[in-house]
Design a protein around this ligand. Structure first.
Ligand code: PEP
Ligand code: MG
Length: 312
């Protein structure tokens, strides 16, 4: 029975009415690719590139990066692979890029801000990505972290296009870009919502600080409203809106996220099976009703309870 289960084909992510919701993997190293495929990942929704930079006190070479990206892309022929350019700073500090003396590093020079200030690093990364793209058959999408303004969106998307990147987008993980998602998506090819940081910045609670950990809950209706804003902008502009924060790995919250307009979900590969099974139990109309119930609550616990009641 075990062998039969292991060899049974894993279906693609879909709702009960057949609407496709691609289920993708979050990966932190190319070595995780094969396991993700075995667990049914239809592609990669977030490839974090920090590992290339964290192990050393200088930036990796273009060649070193290209090798890693080729290793990753080769595991997903014909599939979508979303690579995030370096997200340095705050919870991922880099000695050669970040100022260790910032008092509030989560509010400091991090993500796209740090890359814009050290543009050579971004240019080298885009060079390596474009070269890896040319050498492989995956459908490469590239996105920038911590984008807070329309100007940063334009800056990144235009630069990525200069390097021949065909699909360039941004992470929505700062409330300002969620609130202006229509204008962000006027420039970007896609948005991917990072619910970890979006929750941290919406609730003004450091995601690394145990004493305020209870605030770090993506079920909070304030966070859900921002996600709804991005979902609506995605529908208006006809552009994809993915989710790549931890929230997508919570099966009931995954249904809510789809109800709010998410068009794909990316998560730790071990979470894929449960999310796949739960999505199959609900139509898109169900998901919208469950999301409405969650949005109407006053707090995270209330939203979870309301969604649970609406889902049964
Ligand atoms: C997020 O913030 O939700 C996200 C996916 O990025 P990271 O956890 O790497 O900051
Ligand atoms: Mg983030």
């Amino acid at each position: 029975a075990r062998a039969a289960a292991a060899s049974a084909p894993i279906t693609d992510g879909a709702l009960a009415d057949g609407a496709a919701i691609p289920l993708l993997a979050n990966l932190g190293k190319p070595e995780g690719a094969e396991e993700a495929v075995e667990l049914g990942a239809e592609g990669v929704g977030l490839f974090r590139t920090e590992f290339l930079f964290l192990s050393s006190n200088q930036a990796p070479t273009v060649e070193q990066q290209r090798e890693s990206y080729i290793r990753l892309l080769s595991a997903f022929p014909g599939k979508k692979v979303v690579v995030r350019v370096l997200d340095a700073g705050a919870d991922k500090p880099l000695a050669f890029l970040n100022d260790a003396h910032e008092e509030n590093p989560a509010l400091g020079l991090r993500g796209i801000r740090a890359l814009q200030a050290s543009e050579d690093i971004l240019r080298e990364q885009l060079t390596a990505l474009a070269e890896a793209d040319a050498a492989t058959d995956a459908d490469l999408w590239v996105m920038a972290p911590m984008v807070a303004t329309v100007a940063e969106t334009e800056y990144f998307v235009d630069l990525a296009r200069d390097y021949g990147i065909k699909t360039a987008g941004v992470m929505v993980e700062v409330p300002s870009s969620a609130l202006l998602a229509d204008r962000v998506l006027a420039h970007a090819d896609f948005a991917s919502i990072g619910t970890n940081d979006l929750t941290q910045y919406t609730m003004a609670a450091d995601r690394l600080l145990g004493s305020v950990a209870s605030f770090q809950d993506p079920w909070h209706p304030a966070v859900l409203r921002l996600i709804r804003e991005v979902g609506a902008a995605g529908r208006e502009t006809g552009k994809p809106v993915g989710i790549c924060g931890e929230a997508a790995a919570d099966p009931l919250l995954a249904v809510v996220l789809v109800g709010l307009g998410a068009t794909s979900l990316s998560m730790a590969p071990t979470a894929l099976a449960d999310v796949r099974a739960t999505l199959l139990q609900h139509t898109l109309d169900d998901a919208k009703a469950i999301a409405e119930a969650a949005l109407a609550a006053n707090d995270a616990a209330g939203a979870r309870a309301a969604a649970q009641a609406a889902a049964t």
